[in-house]
Design a protein around this ligand. Structure first.
Ligand code: 1PR
Length: 546
């Protein structure tokens, strides 16, 4: 069967290619307008911005052949922006027309009552249509990552297959018209539930008449679940092999008395596969020594990502070394190129640490009004969309006797210290670090968070050097402080020791996700144990579907 990928060059379609291959199908890429005639099935996985996708289709001369393909009711699967482009237009770029085969308009989510992007695992419900033959199941959760969607109230009901609720808004999460199916969520990143949908599209006939006849209900509102994330800090050990390591307060070596070796907690690819199987909602790989050399020269790390992504069908975030750099041979690379290499190797999001701190410093130096336009956050968000850019915040506590002692720049961002500092100090603020916690900078974590959001980051990964590896729980004062400051999702990190810590951080800090490393690597706590506890506390989580 000739299955074609409609790739307009956004770059991070590897996840989809991996998923289709995993299901036993080959896929070719549409190169010319003539390929539309050869295709028996087309998949259009849009990523990034609506206008970028539409302009790229136009430039390649693909709009008319695509319209003809759809008018002939031939099998088509659109994903995310690939679904949005089917509508008449999007508020993301009011002057750009959509393909217009579906009536309705794409609108931005309001962030007054919730964080935006809508990022994570949510359900679907079919208000009128039948889900037969689609592979979609109302009992399952699917992975969404988007800031724009078609409001249910504005869509033509006949083509709506499923809707999803995000706090106060209800949007169209899947459409179906004849053999055209499209989803706002990412089936290729939705675990086995998503693979089932892809298989149904690849193997079946999406236009089966029986599908339209059955009745459906779908009235219970869906809910975005809290994400449980597994994190792998990866570096070369003293023998030069890439290993998953884990530090205490960022120190990854054994005590000198025990040889001072880099701790080795397993092989990176094996661990990603294990965590996918055990129900991690997302997996994060941090190349923790990449500040020392070029991540593009670091081919083993790119290979880890390639191999991991072949069998991991939940989102993969990769961090480490994303910045403009000069290769050992003198070649210069932009942060966008570095991120591109990661995306092409299978990453879904990139996480920026040190370079985000420098960008935030420049932002505040210019009066907190604008960025340089050339920072890694801005470059990557422009090209791949805000949802693909995570900023890793790596602060250390600075204890002070009073808020005034923090100085005018940080006074407003001082919080009560729990527990008090080593000399009984009752207050602290959170100073940003770079170079794996080795170098402190002047700005604080809240200033970094605000600047990152303004520059276009879609999520914050909030670590705390003091708490890392302690197993004492997340730093609630820090997380609450940042929660108040930004409207993008936050992943809490550093200090998880038991399932209760996850429930506490969700209830008290209102973060969207919580991450752990050490307890999962050492098998002290299983991901399912964390989720079972969260369910007991009535916190919605994704179940592992077989
Ligand atoms: O600055 O863009 O090159 O990014 C470097 C990235 O590497 C940053 O995201 C930074 O957090 C990370 N990193 C650098 N050095 C270390 C180190 O440990 N020496 N790891 C490091 C950071 C923190 C978390 C850890 C949690 C949970 N590790 O990733 O997994 O604290 O741990 P726990 O559950 O065991 O407490 P750039």
């Amino acid at each position: 069967m000739s299955i074609y990928l409609l790739d307009y060059g956004a770059g991070n379609v590897r996840s989809l290619v991996n998923a289709v291959k995993h299901l036993g199908y080959d896929m070719q890429t549409i190169e010319t307008a003539a390929d539309f005639d050869k295709a028996e099935k087309i998949i259009f996985p849009g990523v990034g911005a609506f206008a970028t996708a539409m302009h790229a289709l136009e430039q390649k001369g693909f709009i008319a052949p695509l319209q003809r393909y759809l008018a002939a009711d031939r099998p088509f699967l659109g994903i995310c922006v690939g679904m949005q482009c089917l509508f008449e237009g999007s508020d993301e770029s009011p002057s750009t027309a959509g393909i217009g085969v579906l009536s309705g308009r794409v609108r931005r989510f309001s962030n007054t009552t919730k964080t935006v992007p809508h990022m994570g695992w949510n359900g679907v419900r079919a208000p009128t249509a039948s889900l037969a033959w689609t592979g979609i199941n109302e009992e399952h959760r699917y992975y969404f990552v988007h800031s724009y969607a078609v409001p249910y109230a504005e869509a033509a009901a006949a083509s709506v297959l499923t809707v999803t609720d995000y706090a106060d808004e209800t949007f169209v999460s899947a459409v179906k018209r004849g053999r055209l199916v499209a989803t706002q969520f990412h089936p290729e990143k939705s675990g086995y539930a998503g693979l089932r949908l892809l298989r149904a599209f690849l193997a079946g006939d999406a236009g089966d008449a029986a599908a339209a006849a059955a009745a459906a209900h779908g009235t219970t509102r869906t809910q975005l679940t809290r994400r449980v994330v597994a994190c792998l800090d990866v570096r070369a050990n003293d023998a030069g092999d890439l290993v998953v390591t884990k530090g205490d307060q960022y120190d990854v070596r054994e005590a000198a008395a025990n040889g001072g070796h880099v701790r080795n907690l397993g092989k990176p690819v094996d661990l990603t596969h294990r965590y996918f199987a055990e129900g991690a909602d997302e997996i994060c790989l941090l190349n923790i020594t990449s500040f020392r050399n070029s991540p593009l020269a670091d081919q083993p790390m790119l290979e880890v990502l390639r191999q991991a992504s072949q069998r991991v069908f939940v989102p993969l975030t990769i961090g480490g070394g994303i910045r403009d750099l000069t290769e050992p041979d003198g070649t210069t690379r932009s942060a966008l190129e570095v991120a591109g290499a990661y995306f092409r190797s299978g990453a879904d999001k990139v996480s920026i640490g040190g370079d985000a701190v420098f960008a935030a410093e420049a932002y505040w130096a210019s009066g907190g009004q604008r960025g340089t336009g050339t920072s890694s956050i801005e470059q990557i968000a422009r090209h791949y969309g805000a949802q693909a850019v995570v900023v890793s915040v790596d602060p250390r506590r600075v204890y002070v006797d009073s808020p005034d002692a923090a100085g005018p720049a940080h006074r407003a961002n001082v919080v009560p210290a729990h527990p008090p500092g080593p000399n009984g100090e009752a207050w602290c603020w959170y100073q940003c670090t770079v170079r794996g916690g080795r170098e402190t900078r002047d700005i604080d974590a809240r200033q970094l968070a605000i600047a990152s959001e303004a520059l276009g980051a879609g999520e914050l990964l909030v670590n705390c050097v003091d708490q890392d590896g302690t197993g004492l729980g997340f730093d609630h004062a820090l997380l609450r402080n940042l929660r108040e400051a930004v409207r993008i999702p936050i992943v809490a990190s550093s200090g998880a020791g038991c399932p209760v810590h996850f429930a506490d951080v969700f209830n008290e800090c209102h973060v969207e996700a919580a991450l752990a490393a050490g307890i999962f690597h050492r098998r002290e706590v299983a991901i399912e144990e964390v989720k079972a506890h969260l369910r007991e506390k009535h916190i919605a989580v994704r179940n592992i579907e077989a």
